[in-house]
Write a protein that binds this ligand. Structure first.
Ligand SMILES: [Fe+2]
Length: 107
C-alpha cells in the first residue's frame, strides 16, 4: 500500500484498538473459569473485527474516491477477510459459546 502511494510505511499507536484489547483482557480476568468465558472471548474478538471492518471500509471508500485503483482491491481483500472472520466468530458463538444462540452480529 505504501509503495503504491509513494509514502514510507510507519506505525502509530492506536488508542482505540488498545482500549478494545484492554477490555478483552478485563473479560478474560473477570470470567476466567466460568461458562461465560468463551462467549466473552468471542465478543472481544468480534469487537476487534468490527473495528477493522470500520477502518478498512473507510480506506476502500477513500481509495475509490482518490482514484487509487491499484489500492482498492488490496484493501477490499483485507476488508473481505475481516468480514469472513467476523462471520466465523458468529457461527462459533451460535454453535457453542452461547447456548441460547444470542450473538453480536455486524450490521
Ligand atoms: Fe481481523
Amino acid at each position: 500500500m505504501f509503495e503504491l502511494i509513494g509514502k514510507p510505511a510507519r506505525g502509530k499507536t492506536c488508542e482505540a484498538i488498545q482500549g478494545i484489547l484492554a477490555k478483552g483482557e478485563e473479560i478474560m480476568e473477570e470470567y476466567k473459569g466460568t461458562v461465560a468465558l468463551d462467549a466473552g472471548l468471542i465478543s472481544s474478538a468480534q469487537a476487534v473485527e468490527h473495528y477493522e471492518m470500520a477502518r478498512y471500509g473507510t480506506l476502500v471508500a477513500w481509495a475509490n474516491q482518490l482514484g487509487l485503483t491499484e489500492a482498492v482491491p488490496l484493501l477490499q481483500a483485507t476488508l473481505d477477510g475481516e468480514i469472513a472472520t467476523d462471520q466465523k466468530l458468529t457461527q462459533l458463538a451460535d454453535a457453542s459459546a452461547n447456548p441460547k444462540g444470542k450473538t453480536v452480529k455486524a450490521a
